[in-house]
Design a protein around this ligand. Structure first.
Ligand code: FE
Length: 206
């Protein structure tokens, strides 16, 4: 093994953390044993970086226009997404529906588990200990900081993701969107709406 460290964005040499070292060691062993190639690892990384929340937005828009799909999505998110033609890893995807009475928010209190297959890589704030610890204790205050003020009568449910179980919030379809195409509906479904720290707005999308 060579020197274990890497340069940060300022060009400073920093030693690898325990988990970074473990990742490098495991990856090198897998390549050495011919189980995966470096090129495959790079291609997968590029694919992950290129993925964004548009896939999740398409799923939400379909659920808004197709009641049968929505029912299947809420019953078994993984199976419904597979039927939708998505390549879903062997994870349990639980889709939680916002209603006038209940608003859902997702978090991973332990680390950064996130429905990457639908939303891409999580934003930095999602991984921060600040968000992870506070959203479970004072969700209403955290949502207000995101600019989302919900009536007191709306119940908040915070869902803690795990390595094998991911959540996606199905936001409410906003008023004023009757007759919109699926593509136009998908355009107003942002990443934050599917995490639950925002809600879709019908204004401003032409
Ligand atoms: Fe996690």
């Amino acid at each position: 093994m060579s020197q274990r460290g890497k340069q940060d964005e300022l060009g400073e040499y920093r030693p690898l953390s325990y988990f970074q070292l473990m990742e490098v060691s495991l990856r090198e062993l897998l390549v050495e044993k011919g189980i995966v190639s470096d090129a495959e690892v790079q291609a997968t990384l590029e694919d992950m970086r290129a993925r964004g929340p548009d896939t999740g937005a398409r799923v939400v828009a379909r659920a808004w226009v197709d009641a049968d799909f929505k029912a299947r999505l809420l019953e078994n998110g993984t199976r419904a997404c597979e039927a939708f033609g998505l390549d879903v890893p062997a994870l349990r995807l639980v889709v939680v529906e916002n209603t006038p009475q209940v608003h859902n928010v997702i978090v991973c209190t332990l680390c950064s588990c996130y429905p990457r297959m639908l939303l891409g890589l999580p934003p930095d704030w999602y991984k921060s200990s600040h968000y992870r610890s506070r959203v479970v204790r004072e969700p209403r205050a955290v949502l207000a900081e995101f600019g989302l003020r919900l009536p007191d009568a709306v119940q908040l449910r915070v869902h803690d993701s795990t390595a094998d179980m991911r959540y996606l919030v199905l936001p409410m379809r906003p008023a004023g969107t009757a007759g919109w195409s699926e593509a136009r509906l998908a355009s107003i479904v942002t990443r934050d709406c599917m995490i639950g720290v925002a809600v879709p707005e019908s204004s401003g999308s032409e």
